[in-house]
Design a protein around this ligand. Structure first.
Ligand SMILES: N[C@@H](CCC(=O)N[C@@H](CS)C(=O)NCC(=O)O)C(=O)O
Length: 227
């Protein structure tokens, strides 16, 4: 790896081109936002030694020349510090509110999504990751992947209801951050990208303001996020 190279380690499915981590998508969009080129590396759950140099067992990991940063939020803060043009947050107050959006999505929305798509994720994983994913997620969720899958229709209304704050926001303004997309949008988009790429389950209805927002996001970023 050359000294000035920028590399992003991203979670991949059996198909190495299928990158599905919600946290990795946040960073991919942040880099696009800033117009920074990156080489991405496919990483699997069980390849812990590949990212041990970064002092973590989770992706995303960004290597930017001599800097190594992990954790999507810390990577976003690092990018704004190192490349102030095209800010991901704005001022400190906007960053504070974006933090709330990211933490809300992680704690309230992604766990609900995971319960709906866990078996679909499992079926798309590389063979060497499947046992690890099943063991860790069944322990975390307290049910088998099959049991979660069988009851997912009954949980869909509660997920849609939980999205109401977002729905009301996007009925009043085009993006989560306001007039244009910023990191708060990328935090939300990562979750939907994860679900969309790994499962067929329709989480949002066609006439939902969230559907129109997602279309605006896909339009803004084009082919690079439509995989
Ligand atoms: N707080 C971290 C969370 C990162 C995270 O949970 N990454 C998942 C992929 S979505 C991971 O690498 N998990 C490894 C594992 O479960 O062993 C961030 O925002 O980057």
């Amino acid at each position: 790896m050359s000294m000035n190279e920028r590399v992003l380690y991203e979670l991949a499915a059996a198909d190495p081109q299928l990158r599905f981590s919600p946290y990795c998508w946040r960073v991919r969009l942040a880099l696009l936002h800033k117009g920074l080129a990156v080489r991405t590396v496919a990483w699997r759950f069980t390849e812990k030694e590949m990212i041990a140099f970064a002092g973590t067992d989770k992706v995303p990991v960004l290597v930017d020349g001599s800097r190594v940063v992990h954790d999507s939020w810390r990577i976003a803060e690092y990018l704004d510090e190192a490349y102030p043009a095209a800010p991901l947050f704005g001022d400190a107050a906007a960053r504070g509110t974006a933090r709330f959006v990211a933490r809300w999505i992680e704690s309230e929305i992604q766990p609900r999504m995971l319960r709906m798509i866990a078996l679909d994720i499992h079926s798309r994983l590389d063979a060497r990751d499947r046992d690890y994913f099943r063991r860790t997620r069944e322990a975390r969720l307290g049910e088998t992947l099959e049991a979660l899958h069988a009851s997912r229709e009954t949980r869909l209304p509660a997920l849609r209801a939980a999205l109401e704050p977002l729905r009301r926001t996007l009925a009043e303004q085009p993006f989560v951050a306001g007039a244009a997309p910023r990191f708060a949008d990328y935090a939300v988009f990562g979750a939907f990208q994860w679900a969309r790429l790994m499962s067929e389950v329709p989480l949002i209805e066609p006439d939902d303001p969230l559907t129109a927002w997602r279309a605006r996001m896909l339009e803004t970023f084009g082919a690079s996020i439509q995989a």
